[in-house]
Design a protein around this ligand. Sequence first.
Ligand code: AMP
Ligand code: GLY
Length: 421
Amino acid sequence: MNVLVIGAGGREHTLCWKLKQSSKCGRLYAAPGNAGTASCATNLSIKVNDFEGIKKAVIEHEIKLVVVGPEEPLVNGIHDFFLEDPELASVGIIGPEKAAATLEGSKAFAKEFMIRHQIPTAAYAEFTAGTVSDGERYLELSKPPYVLKADGLAAGKGVLILEDLEEAKAELRRMLLEKKFGNASSKVVIEEFLSGIELSCFVLTDGKSYLTLPMAKDYKRIGEGDTGLNTGGMGAISPVPFVTAAFKEKIDKEIVKPTVEGLQKDGMPYKGFIFIGLIKVGDDAKVIEYNVRLGDPETEVVIPRLKSDLLSLFIAVHEERLGEFILDVEPQTAATVMAVSGGYPEAYQNGKTILGLNENEMIFHAGTLDSGSEIVTNGGRVLAATSFGEDFKAAVERSYLTLEKISFEGMYYRKDIGFDL
Ligand code: AMP
Ligand code: GLY
């Protein structure tokens, strides 16, 4: 079976790497891919939102399954585009239809979904430009820190957590009246602040049955000790030591099962990954957010731990036979450490020569380009070095050893992944 993976990050390289190991995998393509995906797939120069371009490639290369990495094409309706086109309708798509993708595309929609299906989450209220003064009053009656969320997709920057009431009110006005995040902040969710430790839960579903993948924890801030600006993720580990069997069962019963059943009850078909961002508050788990894709860099630790054949799982999702499967998971811990460009997540330069890459190690490319003669940096996040170990400390140490042999101008990585565990 010929397969196409859409996207260009470490998540997509990891998916290609794993899919290529399947005996069922015929020709494998990535669009647009990076220098890492080029080592296990054929890169196609097509943008992730160019649905017509993707259609042409699917027909030309007789692709039977499309795995959608990032959220944007899903929120824009790529799955619906395939279903509505007679030439594409039989192609399997891993990623939900537009209706369910709204779980990531609109925070207000996700909150309403959680309330409707009694899924534990932070208390909240939503406001628009017409109700900005109600929003200010809501803030006055709330306790700090104040959590303000732009409703729509805002490239991971739409959440503000503020200590000062006046600043929170000013930011609310900026979001609603001055469109700080464009249309994404034409609606704002104000949420109760939850204090606890975060984790990422990934579910693969065919809309009827589901499999919960190994839990993971990512490290989002640029600086050690979780300081400084938010990034797309500086490292991750899986499993998560504080997730006991009992806690996992609780997550399943109170959150995962009601989520999948809620999608069914609401008539929202879902074939793909659900990424549930959780926070452990005392002994309870609450949902911070839904994403309709895999996390990055969590994928770089979760997928390598799957011993099951990923393409067989995807085919089962397409054919709605996922209920027949039991996941086979590597018990060792996986860790990944992300090497980023100097300056990231603010301005940085591309095109720096990367030296020391070794094909025998699990190095997933996040932002790289094959210039023809060398591999150069092509993004803020550049490479994720994944390793296994008896525990997260051993795994992380191995990833540091891998990264010590790699270099590019301005290269930076955190040396404290797992520090809080
Ligand atoms: P998001 O963009 O929804 O992933 O949110 C970004 C980050 O903000 C999350 O990873 C959390 O660290 C934090 N966050 C979001 N909502 C809350 C909340 N209600 N309480 C505490 N922290 C939150
Ligand atoms: N690592 C978090 C995300 O992918 O959104």
